[in-house]
Design a protein around this ligand. Structure first.
Ligand SMILES: Cc1cc2nc3c(=O)[nH]c(=O)nc-3n(C[C@H](O)[C@H](O)[C@H](O)COP(=O)(O)OP(=O)(O)OC[C@H]3O[C@@H](n4cnc5c(N)ncnc54)[C@H](O)[C@@H]3O)c2cc1C
Length: 474
């Protein structure tokens, strides 16, 4: 005889964990409730209806989730509106005793969840938030004094020592009992032609684990090749379980040779950066709205919209920077090396507040993630504690020659420049008009002139930072 379950009916609020494999909210809901209703809450904001790479990715992921749920005998119910109102209302409408969800790690989600919790309590229903987004919850990695870490390396060392806290993957769910209730996905969003979501994530991860990971250290810095996992969209949306990634890695390491093991460890280190930024944003919520190092809030940034728009549109005249921004517009994703460079260029060459760039990335990245995005921007801008020092300024041309030595990355995203031979592609302003025409383009006609001169901007940036930081001291 099976034991009676704790709840008759539970809602699973599906957000940032759009999968059925190893999903703590879904798994514990089906363990503790007779009936389970997976629900997504769509924003009524029309901005999200624009056809962007991000929207296509999210739509494909929702449809893939719907398919996986159907295979388990369930379905995906959709509500539209503010989740702090819709989720408690759904619990009342569908007579659910509890709502399960994966715990949000950033301050805005935590605040929203608190409001859902209060509303559910008022309606005599339970809110159950479960850890899922990270391998080790932020509060479990602290210094000897019990304080959160501010610097990556000691955090990483402690993280490595605490791996026994990582829970195993959950067993697969065989079936779900879901009453037929509410509106399905088809009522709200058309089925896309492309595939995505959990199925694509698992395929991509399997392929990367089989080969790419073994040369990760060597290949990860070259944006022209497929040298990284490109799993960030899946980890951000939760179409891939981070525990699955971790445990698969442990399994692979057992039979790996020393060189492969080194590559696997380098990959895991990046995953720990992701965990680190979650602990930063959770422990220092002010960083979500301003500089982690508050003294940096006094820097007098430029507010030149025209210059900012040129950066967004990939029209700065620096090909490596522009290729990155054009990749973002086209694919919703940029290689990490290039993210660092475009962020440095915005802050230290164009003198524009990193928060403008942070917001633009959040709106356009397929892998937009509050913690990693904020951490990445503050690191580059030199406004965080564990940051690249503010006086370190990337030279866009040197960076381009180092990380795109053949110019293939630039050629892919700026075809107007593709006939420029070798490394000259990174400095089109050095070509005479005749050389430009021989290469099939003209500066100012087919590709913009440089909007700034790096060597001048660098010096001005140093002055701007120095003055900003000294304002608090005086
Ligand atoms: C200005 C800036 C903004 C960024 N914004 C985001 C963002 O919104 N979302 C996001 O997921 N990453 C962000 N990153 C981090 C990093 O660029 C991406 O995670 C990485 O490029 C994703 O590619 P990948 O999956 O092939 O990474 P891989 O190299 O294959 O790494 C595997 C995973 O580790 C994590 N990871 C790798 N590098 C970092 C890093 N530096 N910081 C945090 N996590 C990391 C990601 O989850 C990634 O999927 C940002 C970095 C910078 C400099």
């Amino acid at each position: 005889m099976t034991a009676k379950k704790k709840y008759r009916r539970a809602i699973v609020y599906m957000r940032r964990a759009l999968r059925v494999h190893d999903n703590t909210a879904l798994w514990f809901a089906q363990k503790e409730a007779e009936e389970v209703i997976p629900i997504m809450c769509l924003s009524p904001d029309k901005r999200y209806e624009k056809d962007t790479p991000r929207r296509r990715f999210v739509t494909a992921s929702m449809w893939d989730l719907e398919k996986s749920l159907r295979r388990l005998g369930s379905s995906l119910t959709v509500r539209r509106g503010d989740p702090t109102i819709e989720i408690p209302q759904a619990a009342v409408d569908y007579e659910a005793d509890a709502v399960f969800a994966v715990r949000g790690c950033d301050p805005a989600t935590a605040k929203r969840d608190q409001r859902i919790d209060v509303a559910l309590k008022k309606a005599a229903r339970s809110w159950i938030a479960l850890d899922d987004r990270v391998l080790i919850p932020p509060a479990k990695i602290t210094t000897g004094k019990g304080e959160p870490y501010r610097v990556f390396t000691p955090y990483y060392r402690t993280w490595l020592e605490r791996q026994e806290l990582i829970t195993p993957e959950l067993p697969g769910i065989r079936s779900l009992h879901t009453p037929s209730i509410g509106e399905g996905l088809a009522h709200h969003i058309e089925q896309p032609s492309e595939t995505g979501g959990e199925s694509a994530a698992l395929r991509r991860w399997r392929d990367f684990l089989k080969s790419g990971i073994n040369s990760y250290k060597r290949s990860r810095d070259l944006p022209a090749i497929d040298g990284t996992s490109i799993l960030s969209p899946h980890l951000a949306l939760g179409t891939l379980s981070i525990r699955k990634v971790y445990w698969d890695i442990q399994e692979s390491k057992k039979s790996a040779d020393p060189s492969s093991r080194e590559n696997i460890d380098a990959f895991l280190r990046e995953i720990v950066w992701r965990e680190f930024y979650y602990q930063i944003i959770a422990s220092f919520p002010h960083a979500a709205h301003g500089a982690f190092n508050e003294a940096a809030d006094d820097i007098a940034w430029s507010t030149n919209r025209k210059i900012f728009d040129a950066w967004c549109g990939g029209e700065t005249g620096y090909p490596f920077v522009d290729a990155g921004m054009r990749q973002l517009a086209k694919e919703g994703w940029i290689h990490n090396r290039v993210r660092m460079l475009v962020a440095s260029f915005l802050t230290k060459d164009l003198h524009i507040n990193w928060q403008w760039g942070e917001k633009y990335f959040m709106e356009n990245l397929v892998d937009a993630d509050v913690a990693s995005n904020n951490g990445g921007w503050q690191w580059v801008a030199g406004t965080g504690t564990d940051a690249s020092p503010w006086f370190r300024v990337f030279n866009p041309t040197t960076q381009a020659k180092k990380f795109d030595p053949k110019g293939d990355y630039v050629r892919r995203y700026i075809p107007q420049l593709k006939e420029i031979p070798g490394m000259s592609i990174h400095e089109p302003w050095r070509l005479s008009e005749t050389e430009q025409l021989q290469a099939g383009f003209l500066l100012g006609r087919d590709y913009p002139q440089r909007i700034v001169d790096h060597s001048i901007q660098r010096l001005e940036a140093l002055e701007m930072y120095r003055a900003g930081f000294s304002r608090r001291d005086s």
